[in-house]
Design a protein around this ligand. Sequence first.
Ligand code: SAM
Length: 259
Amino acid sequence: MPAPVRQAAPSDDLREVYELRAELEYATPPPTPDLRLERKYQRLLELVAGTLPAPSLLDAGCGDGRYLAGIAQLADAPERLAGVDISERILATAEQTLARVGASAVLVRANLESLPLPDGSFERVLCAQAIEHLRAPELGVAELARVLAPGGLLVLSTDNARNYLTKGLNLPRSAAVRALRLNGRRRLVDFPHASFTRAEVSALVSDCGLTVERLETFRMHLQAPLGRPTATMFLNALDRRSPRHPWGDIVVVVARKPA
Ligand SMILES: C[S@@+](CC[C@H](N)C(=O)[O-])C[C@H]1O[C@@H](n2cnc3c(N)ncnc32)[C@H](O)[C@@H]1O
């Protein structure tokens, strides 16, 4: 099936923002993730691995390519890997990240809200921490559902609006930051950023005709200066062993397109 003619979409004009962010913050490949410290990476990779084998996978909003590189090294890695990001600059980093592990992927610069990819072209789609940056998340998710093959699975994560564990742990720090008016001081580039409840994430994918197979939240963290490696490892180990709860930092859904 031919790729659709690309339509203008609401987040098109954010490209420059993400090019700048890529240049300032993602100009070089990330360090190899330490699974004891990187709970988000570890859990998302585990969830993706649980959906394999599959012939193809698209990482939508692939950033510096850390997930593509991790997936390429899995025993059941899909033969055809692709990544999409709004920033050309960050795709150059993704290419290097992949080369570091001897892997490659087709990398396409595009806005998730209007993908230049044919209908049903991937059996798996991963979208990690990208829809919260879109002006129209519902358009982005509709595009992910469109490019998913019938019977295929979407793994989508975003920020949980009800991340009460992390909010509770960081209450004293947040109060101090507010009192000293330091909010946002460390941010280099301003960009849109939303968060979603589990119900909103579930509705986003259901509204596109996908069936939710798993919906969970995970991770809690201490912010600097308390978020030292030992504290992070302890919280991650606790999170891994805890029964599932609705208050983690990340909400993730695994949803299937009807066959
Ligand atoms: C927080 S990063 C997540 C990157 C990667 N998925 C990860 O988890 O490491 C968000 C990514 O989405 C990309 N992005 C933002 N808006 C986008 C859009 N409208 N279309 C495609 N990519 C977008 C950014 O350039 C950035 O690489």
